[in-house]
Write a protein that binds this ligand. Structure first.
Ligand SMILES: Nc1nc2c(ncn2[C@@H]2O[C@H](COP(=O)(O)OP(=O)(O)O)[C@@H](O)[C@H]2O)c(=O)[nH]1
Ligand SMILES: [Mg+2]
Length: 191
């Protein structure tokens, strides 16, 4: 396996115009409901539990957080969708900034959508996908928290997600490094 550590945090940007230029390095934007495990994904990949802040409280990340994985790829951790207890005007502004980055960011290689394997795919997950398809944006799909399922249930859930979304679905767990290598291999194949 190619070594991708050390990974480092670069900057938090509120919008596209303040996002740094990383040149030709592939960039992946993490999309998913708050609490789905985006920050934990970064930490697992980096082998550094303290790199990205994880939280039990939804809607904490309000900025695009950039992480450089040893110059091999860039991860942009996006504000989660599906957050409760947020004023509508604020939510609309985030969505505008988020959409702008996704539509116009030239170095964006692919989005990665995270879906919680413990639950059925949610309405806002489908909405996000429809929007990505409408904008012709590529997406990699990752099912998170599979450590919470039995082996049999993992296979069943992945098959179900594949069928419903009609795409490849990669299983992942931040608590079990078994799944990490395949995901890294997948990301490095975009180099
Ligand atoms: N069991 C389990 N819990 C996870 C996993 N990934 C994240 N979590 C937990 O889910 C919560 C939200 O994770 P976080 O990474 O902050 O989600 P984010 O809002 O999408 O960035 C935290 O309490 C994490 O410890 C996982 O793979 N397995
Ligand atoms: Mg987060």
């Amino acid at each position: 396996m190619k070594k991708i550590t050390p990974a480092k945090f670069i900057i938090s940007s509120p919008k596209l115009s303040l996002c740094p230029d990383f040149g030709d390095i592939p960039e992946f934007a993490l999309l998913g409901r708050s609490n789905v495990g985006k920050s934990s994904f970064i930490n697992r990949l980096a082998n550094n539990g303290k790199l990205a802040k994880t939280s039990n409280k939804p809607g904490k990340t309000r900025l695009i957080n950039f992480f450089d994985f040893n110059g091999q790829f860039i991860i942009a951790d996006m504000p989660g969708y599906g957050f409760a207890n947020v004023k509508k005007e604020m939510k609309d502004q985030w969505e505008k900034d988020l959409a702008h980055y996704l539509e116009k960011r030239e170095s964006l290689t692919s989005c990665i959508q995270f879906i919680d394997s413990r639950h059925p795919i949610q309405a806002n997950d489908y909405q996000m996908r429809e929007w990505l398809a409408y904008k012709n944006l590529p997406v990699i799909t990752i099912a998170t928290k599979v450590d919470c399922l039995t082996r049999g249930k993992i296979a069943q859930t992945i098959a179900q997600f594949k069928k419903e979304l009609d795409c490849e679905v990669l299983p992942f767990s931040a608590k079990d490094s078994y799944y990490t290598e395949n995901v890294i291999k997948h990301l490095l194949s975009y180099e």
